[in-house]
Write a protein that binds this ligand. Structure first.
Ligand code: NDP
Ligand code: OXD
Length: 309
């Protein structure tokens, strides 16, 4: 039994160690040294060269090394008869929640202003804002969005959420679908985007969307960069329609050196690190799913190829 490994970052040995500790019978083959393609049962991969997975005749499951599968889905030859499992694992979820909670608190406590004051050696207080008067909206109520909302709840924020289909999240006023998007946006002093990239969500964070937010709202993006129109973010910041932004994902990554976002005083930039897969916990999730498959049980976290996430 062999698993083809192609990690996102240079941590192949860590993956190998974690997987072998849990499943010593699983032979790990490192991309591109895969040996006989017919040996490969499972693939644990980030984006692959187009056609590579289609050449594995006995492939049983494709495990995405990321939560987002947009990169893998770009391959027109992806063998869609093979189940694609996206990354859902507690280490990644906790890491994203830490990023979202940190970013929401940063903007809630007006730290963009205070760091600006510090640079000017200005001892200046801003008035208090009670969390109960701060409306935080989450685009995407999936694994990551709903966990982040759960952890934001104890701070007392007024919480809103938006998804494709109806969802219920405790303590959160939930909206769904395009018909309810404007109502949702009208309630977001801080808007967090944790949507998957699909044809529907591409370019969604644009001028028209920002215009529906309360004036001076904050934007936090950690889904995918192709969901945002950076020229529109800059224009909205200039006009004051957006008051600030924390951006972890970008239309082009790495963010080009000449992007005005780098030096904009109302923007916090991180290099697509909002959440990282934690190899130890992820290896457990993957081997548990393999065990389910071997026992003839349904796999967890299968991507719906038609929906695109
Ligand atoms: P899930 O699939 O669990 O959740 C996706 C959510 O988005 C669901 O609530 C879904 O609605 C909603 N959604 C999808 N399409 C639409 C739409 N057209 N309109 C409204 N809502 C929509 O994904 P995760 O929470 O696990 O991950 C979300 C994304 O986060 C990933 O796809 C990835 O791109 C990104 N990510 C970024 C990282 C980073 O470091 N920056 C790290 C990890 C993930 P419904 O509930 O109705 O299905
Ligand atoms: C992911 C990511 O999708 O890190 O997991 O962006």
């Amino acid at each position: 039994m062999a698993l083809l490994l192609k990690p996102w970052i240079d941590n192949g040995p860590a993956w190998r160690g974690a997987l072998e500790a849990l499943r010593p019978d699983l032979e790990i083959r490192d991309w591109p040294e895969l040996g006989d393609p017919a040996d490969i049962d499972y693939a644990l991969v980030s984006r692959m060269p187009s056609g590579a997975l289609a050449k594995l005749p006995n492939l049983k499951i494709i495990f995405s090394i990321g939560a987002g599968v947009d990169g893998l889905l770009q391959d027109p030859t992806l063998p869609r008869q093979v189940p694609l499992v996206r990354m859902v694992e507690p280490g990644l979820t906790a890491d994203m929640t830490a990023f979202v909670v940190m970013s929401v608190l940063f903007h809630h406590k007006e730290m963009l202003d205070y760091t600006g004051y510090q640079r000017r050696k200005l001892w200046q207080e801003r008035g208090p804002v009670w969390a109960g008067n701060r409306r935080v909206g989450m685009m995407g109520l999936g694994v990551l969005g709903s966990d982040a909302l759960e952890k934001l709840r104890p701070f007392g924020f007024d919480l809103y959420g938006w998804s494709r289909s109806p969802r219920q999240v405790e303590g959160v006023t939930c909206y769904h679908g395009w018909d309810q998007m404007d109502d949702f946006l009208a309630h977001c002093d801080i808007l967090v985007s944790l949507l998957p990239l699909t044809p529907e969500t591409k370019g969604l964070l644009s001028r028209d969307t920002f215009a529906k937010l309360p004036r001076g709202a904050t934007l936090i993006t950690a889904g995918r960069g192709q969901q945002q129109v950076e020229a529109d973010i800059l224009a909205a910041l200039e006009s004051g329609q957006l008051g600030g932004a924390s951006l972890d994902v970008f239309e082009q990554e790495p963010l080009p050196q000449d992007s005005p976002l780098w030096t904009h005083p109302r923007v916090v930039i991180t290099p697509h690190i909002a959440a990282n897969v934690i190899v130890e916990t992820a290896a457990r999730a993957i081997t548990e799913n393999i065990a389910r498959f071997e026992a003839g049980q349904a796999l967890k976290n299968i991507v719906d190829y038609d929906r695109g996430y």
